[in-house]
Design a binder for this molecule. Structure first.
Ligand SMILES: [Zn+2]
Ligand SMILES: [Zn+2]
Length: 382
């Protein structure tokens, strides 16, 4: 067996006192505790190794047996004894409640890793959902299909055929990793026998070939509420990939994006729409028809003498505010379209208009050019 020496694991001498052992264990356990190293497999394995070593060496009888026979004292013709894992788990929570009792927070079992090796939390999944601005306006019930793996129903995730149970791997004693000496170096690697799972399935489940999970396309209904904005992230807890061998499921994150709209730009709950008006409408007044996000249309009265960039506010025709009864406004910004491709007659009419025009017709231009003259005249005198 290529298991590490328990004294070596704790970094103490074979003659170490119980007190020394406890101090060493406490220090190591602190730094490798899974709650302090979330997602770190190496740390988890180390942590288990440390626990196992301490459990043995802190017990006078077990220590004596270990000193005489080494690891062989506890192995029963290969794998660890049945029930060993559970006993060990309970023992550990006692120790941990004593050591880290106050700082660990949460209710029983919260944030604690499941005991069995190979039990893994499923991966988080991301789903990109693109909806239109109209759908963001009304809200949308969307059915999404996610390719994912789910816990195998036949074996409930154990990977073992009905009526059989996985057994603890004899090569690594259930730790999933083995240490081997190569020259001067001790190297640790994934157990070649169980491939890191810590257990062996002799009789694999026919539905999942022993993986404990099967690939499926899952259909989920999600309700996109009215008023959602681009970039919103919706977390669906537990809807991600199934955990491995009974581990908890990951989460599903729906990333929402909203397609750019042909007419409307959005700013929070307000919508903006740029609308061209003719020179004549701008000068003489008129009424224009503009689109509304709910699919309807509305009229906007353009007063005589309207300039480009003038905004008209239509109250309550914007986007709904998420989880509230408020609604934004619609802003219509007009720009005056200069006529093009004029006929001879049209040119004559415009020229005729221009000849009759007075500074009062174009107060902005008149004002601007007289200011320019003043400015340069003043500069010349100085
Ligand atoms: Zn199965
Ligand atoms: Zn193994």
């Amino acid at each position: 067996m290529s298991k590490r020496d328990y004294y070596e694991v704790l970094g103490v001498a074979k003659t170490a006192s119980d007190g020394e052992m406890k101090t060493a264990f406490r220090k190591l356990a602190m730094s490798y505790h899974p709650d302090r190293n979330p997602g770190d497999k190496e740390a988890e394995i180390k942590f288990k190794e440390i626990n196992e070593a301490y459990q043995c060496l802190s017990d006078g009888q077990k220590r004596a047996a270990y000193d005489r026979f080494g690891h062989a004292a506890f192995s029963q013709g290969g794998g660890g004894g049945p029930g060993f894992g559970n006993e060990f788990g309970d023992f550990m929570s006692d120790i941990f409640d004593n050591f880290f009792g106050d700082g660990r927070g949460g209710g029983p079992g919260s944030g604690r890793r499941g005991g069995a090796p190979g039990r893994e939390r499923g991966a988080d999944l991301r789903y990109n959902l693109e909806i239109s601005l109209e759908e963001a306006f009304t809200g949308k019930a969307e059915t999404i299909k996610i390719p994912t793996s789910i816990t195998c129903e036949t074996c409930s995730g154990s990977g073992a055929k009905a009526g059989s149970k996985p057994r603890t791997c004899g090569t690594c004693g259930g730790y999933g990793r083995v240490r081997a000496a190569q020259g001067f170096f001790a190297i640790e690697r994934t157990c070649p026998n169980c491939h890191g799972r810590g257990e062996i399935v002799d009789d694999p489940c026919p539905s999942c070939q022993g993986a404990g999970r099967v690939n499926r396309e899952r259909t989920l209904s999600i309700n996109v509420p009215a008023g959602v904005d681009d970039g919103l992230r919706i977390r669906l807890a537990g809807e991600g990939e199934s955990g491995l061998r009974g581990g908890p499921s990951g989460d599903l994150y729906v990333f929402l994006s909203i397609k750019p709209h042909e007419f409307f730009q959005r700013d929070g709950a307000d919508l903006f729409c740029r609308v061209p008006i003719s020179m004549v409408t701008a000068a003489l007044s008129g009424e224009i028809t503009v689109p509304v996000i709910d699919g309807s249309q509305t009229q906007v009265r353009i007063p005589a003498g309207t300039q480009t960039a003038k905004q008209f506010r239509i109250k309550g025709k914007g986007m709904p505010v998420l989880r509230s009864r408020e609604v934004g406004d619609l802003y219509i910004q007009v720009f005056v379209e200069t006529p093009q491709s004029l006929t001879k007659r049209q040119r004559e009419l415009l020229l005729e208009f221009d000849q009759s025009a007075s500074p009062e017709n174009h107060p902005e231009s008149a004002g601007f050019f007289s200011k320019v003259r003043e400015f340069f005249g003043g500069a010349a005198k100085a």
